[in-house]
Structures are given as structure tokens and as C-alpha cells.
Design a protein around this ligand. Structure first.
Ligand SMILES: NC(=O)c1ccc[n+]([C@@H]2O[C@H](COP(=O)([O-])OP(=O)(O)OC[C@H]3O[C@@H](n4cnc5c(N)ncnc54)[C@H](OP(=O)(O)O)[C@@H]3O)[C@@H](O)[C@H]2O)c1
Length: 439
């Protein structure tokens, strides 16, 4: 028998309602209009926007929305009989976005979302609701924007046990780091450039403190390891404390500084950490420029997979959302986290202090006799073995920059050494600690 059934009557259009018509929502309208014919051929049916909703009906969004029904009340999208899929593009972990998501799934509508904060905090509950109602919950755009990494891990790599997933999960931070690299800019100057280019919000906290990357990492970890999503178990250190000298010293050591989200499952449990790291200059992550994102997943049969692309922006994010809509139009969907919620494990949190590796430590110290000996003593007392000690006479506002590279040892020992040094009157400000990744 032919695997291709004879053509039957055309399927009815898939009817979509859009909630939130900002950067992402506007991109989805444009994409669905521009690629309408192609999408209908690929999906086997047409995809029609039937209704839209946002806060301000009269706002000029640079797109013609008059052909779509406007609803001031988002719940009207859920209540409408002519809506099959609700696309949530509002944002925020809770509030209107979560209410809409719960109502839509509860009513048996398919839900597509770009909202990493909501999935990171409420993904399990939403997935359970979707399972109970046997309706799709899709969130490709929530992780690494336009990169189809959810699909790749959920489907393409689904035969593999994945030991480790890591990557550059925040384009704003990567833009700032590459500005610092190229221009020798300070963090503040590079952040200003990112804001001027529209890559960073006026309040950049979520991005530069690693919170946004933590949301995405927790989602990737659940998918890769079959574990219960647990945003509370992800630790995040951002890039605020980096200075220009860190970027230069990393380069002199044959590395580049990248904000890396890494999740690893080992005998002790699940490790999930976002932090600036030294990445070897010959690793593909060191070449990811500007606001791009990249994800590496290591499968036990496929080996290392590397995905790179735009992690944000109207076009790339819309591309991911519409791919989810096309899957729904084809009836191609399954459990949100690749297995039923009840099959996900509750992995214990791994002991981060036991992780062994080399570390980069940068201190700013007062320029006086005895300070170097004090640092060396603190390291010795904490059991940290120093591989190199670098003092180039680089002055920061308040003192002199000292960089140490340690031999491989447990993170716990470095933490103990820095706790001793935190009490010193000669160490100025917070030290910068970065793992030197052996990838
Ligand atoms: N921007 C990106 O590149 C990107 C990439 C990946 C994922 N995402 C995610 O996509 C989502 C949307 O991001 P965005 O950049 O498009 O945001 P945005 O430009 O700020 O748009 C948000 C939209 O939601 C509407 N809205 C906000 N609060 C609302 C409320 N309480 N009730 C009803 N409507 C409300 C706004 O209405 P008004 O326009 O009337 O104010 C606006 O249309 C977020 O979850 C974000 O994390 C964004």
C-alpha cells in the first residue's frame, strides 16, 4: 500500500488567535501574511488569523490589523468557537499571560507561546493541563528564539541519552561581550551600545544578571534529561562585574568570555548553572558573534550537536512560532516535554562545589606590600593550587588588577579561598570568578 494516501477533501483552515501584538506578535502577522501560500502547502491546510488582542487598540503597530477581529478582552479569544489555536505573545511569568494560557488549554485549545519565563515557572502545570485536555502546548520560540532547538532535541535527537547541554542563551549578553572584546569597551559602555542598538532593555536586569538565560536553560534541561522543570534549582551569575581587563586576560590565555548556561546530569544529580566562563578560543561557541545564540547538546550516539542562529527579533521569533502552528495544523504534536509529565524524573540538585575544573580569578587589590602573599596564603589554606599569577600593573579606579589561574580542583575550594579574601581590607570590591571550560 502506498504510504501516501490518495488526496481527500481539503482540510478546513486552522484558525489562529494572536494575544499580544508587540515585536513578536507583529512578526507573526507579517510572516503568516507573507508566506501564506507556502505555509498552506506545507501544512496541508491554510492557516488563518481570525482574531487579535493587545492592550491598546489604537496603537500604531505599522501593520494593517483591520481585517482581523479585535478583542479587548483576551478571554474572548478563548471563548470564541472559531479559534483553534491561541498564540500567547504577551510576556511575564504570571499575570495575563498565565491566565490566558491556563484558560486556553483548559478550554481544549492549542497553545503556542514565546514566553520562557512562564514556561520555566509554570511549564509542568501547563503541560499537565495540555495532557488532560489532549491539546498541544508548543514553545519553540521560548528557547533561543529562531533556532529550532526544541524540535531538534525533542525529535531529531530523541533516541539519545544526553549527558550535557550548554550554550549562549542570551543575545544581549553576547552582544555586550563581543563589544567588549572588539573595542576594549567597559561593561557600562558596551551595555549603552546594546541599548542604543535595541538589543538591551532600559532595565537590562533580566538579561545581564543571567535570569533570562536561566529560564531557557531550565527548559532545555527538562527536555534533554527527562527531568521535572525546576527553575528554583538553576543558579545564575551574570556579567555585570566583568571589566575590560577580564576580556583581555582571557584572550591572553587563549580563551574568550561567554555567558554560558550549562546543564549536566551525573551520578550526584542535575547541575544547572548560568555564569560567565572562559571558553577555549577554538571552540565553536567562541566564534558566536554579536546578538546570536548557540546551543550544544551531546548525545551518546549522535555526538556533539551545535546549533547557532538569531535568539531574538521579530523575524526569527515569528519563524519559530509559526513552525509550531504548522505542526499543529499537521496534527504533529506530543507531550510538551517529550514524555508525559508523570514520566519526568525529579532529579536531585547536583553538588556544584564538587565540580572539578580550572578557574580564572580576578581581584582588584590595593597596591601595597604583602597583598600578593595574603592572596597566596588564602589559596593555600583553602587547598587551591595556583597555576599562574598575573599582575600587569593594570590599574582600575581603586587598585591593581591581579589574575590567578588555578590548577584543576573542586569549585568548593575556590569559594572557600574567596571567602577568606572577602575579609581582607586590601581586596577592593567583588572578585570575578569564572570556570575555564574544557569542552
Ligand atoms: N522580542 C523578542 O525578540 C523575543 C524573542 C523570544 C521570545 N520573546 C518573548 O515573546 C513575548 C513577547 O515579547 P515582545 O518582545 O513581543 O513584547 P512586546 O513588544 O512588549 O509586546 C507585548 C505585547 O503584549 C501586549 N500586552 C502586554 N501586557 C498585556 C496585558 N496585560 N494584557 C493584554 N495585552 C498585553 C502588549 O500590548 P500593547 O502593544 O497594546 O501595549 C503588546 O502588544 C515575551 O514572552 C518574550 O519573552 C521575545
Amino acid at each position: 500500500m502506498s504510504p501516501h494516501p490518495a488526496p481527500t477533501a481539503p482540510r478546513p483552515p486552522l484558525r489562529v488567535a494572536l494575544a499580544g501584538i508587540g515585536v513578536v506578535g507583529g512578526g507573526v502577522v507579517r510572516l503568516l501574511e507573507a508566506n501564506r501560500e507556502l505555509i498552506a502547502r506545507r501544512a496541508g491546510r491554510s492557516v488563518e488569523i481570525v482574531a487579535v488582542s493587545a492592550r491598546d487598540r489604537h496603537k500604531d503597530r505599522g501593520i494593517d490589523l483591520t481585517r482581523y477581529r479585535w478583542e479587548d478582552d483576551m478571554d474572548a479569544l478563548v471563548a470564541a468557537d472559531d479559534v483553534d489555536v491561541v498564540v500567547e505573545m504577551i510576556g511575564g511569568a504570571d499575570g495575563s499571560a498565565l491566565t490566558l494560557a491556563r484558560h486556553a488549554l483548559g478550554a481544549g485549545k492549542a497553545l503556542v507561546t514565546a514566553n520562557k519565563a512562564m514556561i520555566a515557572h509554570h511549564g509542568l502545570d501547563l503541560a499537565r493541563l495540555a495532557e488532560e485536555r489532549d491539546t498541544p502546548l508548543k514553545y519553540e520560540a521560548a528557547v533561543a528564539g529562531g533556532i529550532p532547538v526544541i524540535k531538534a532535541i525533542r525529535e531529531g535527537a530523541s533516541a539519545n541519552e544526553i549527558a550535557r547541554v550548554y550554550g549562549i542563551l542570551n543575545g544581549t549578553c553576547n552582544y555586550i561581550l563581543t563589544q567588549m572584546e572588539r573595542n576594549g569597551a567597559s561593561f557600562a559602555e558596551a551595555l549603552g551600545a546594546a541599548q542604543a542598538e535595541g538589543y538591551a532593555e532600559a532595565d537590562p536586569t533580566f538579561d545581564v544578571d543571567g535570569i533570562d538565560a536561566a529560564h531557557k536553560l531550565s527548559i532545555l534541561a527538562a527536555l534533554c534529561f527527562g527531568t521535572r522543570l525546576d527553575i528554583g534549582a538553576v543558579t545564575a551569575n551574570g556579567i555585570r562585574n566583568l571589566i575590560a581587563a577580564d576580556i583581555r586576560e582571557a584572550e591572553a590565555l587563549g580563551h574568550r568570555v561567554r555567558l554560558i548556561g550549562m546543564a549536566e546530569r551525573n551520578e550526584s544529580g542535575l547541575y544547572q548553572h548560568v555564569q560567565p566562563c572562559l571558553v577555549p578560543a577554538d571552540h565553536p561557541l567562541a566564534y558566536v558573534p554579536g546578538a546570536l545564540n548557540a546551543v550544544v547538546a551531546e548525545g551518546n550516539f549522535v555526538g556533539r550537536l551545535f546549533f547557532e542562529g538569531a535568539g531574538a527579533g521579530a523575524g526569527p521569533t515569528a519563524s519559530a512560532i509559526v513552525a509550531d502552528i504548522i505542526d499543529i495544523a499537521r496534527d504533529e504534536y506530543g507531550p510538551a516535554f517529550a514524555m508525559p509529565v508523570d514520566s519526568l524524573d525529579a532529579a536531585p540538585v547536583a553538588d556544584a562545589g564538587a565540580r572539578v575544573g580550572k578557574h580564572y580569578v580576578r581581584l582588584i587589590v590595593e597596591d601595597r606590600i604583602g597583598v600578593l602573599a595574603e592572596i597566596a596564603t588564602a589559596m593555600r589554606d583553602a587547598g587551591v593550587s595556583i597555576e599562574s599569577f598575573i599582575q600587569r600593573g593594570t590599574d582600575e579606579e581603586d587598585g591593581v588588577v591581579i589574575v590567578l589561574v588555578t590548577h584543576a580542583g573542586p569549585a568548593r575550594a575556590i569559594d572557600a579561598a574567596l571567602a577568606i579574601l572577602a575579609k581582607s581590607d586590601h581586596v577592593v570590591g567583588a572578585p570575578m570568578l569564572m570556570p575555564i571550560l574544557a569542552l
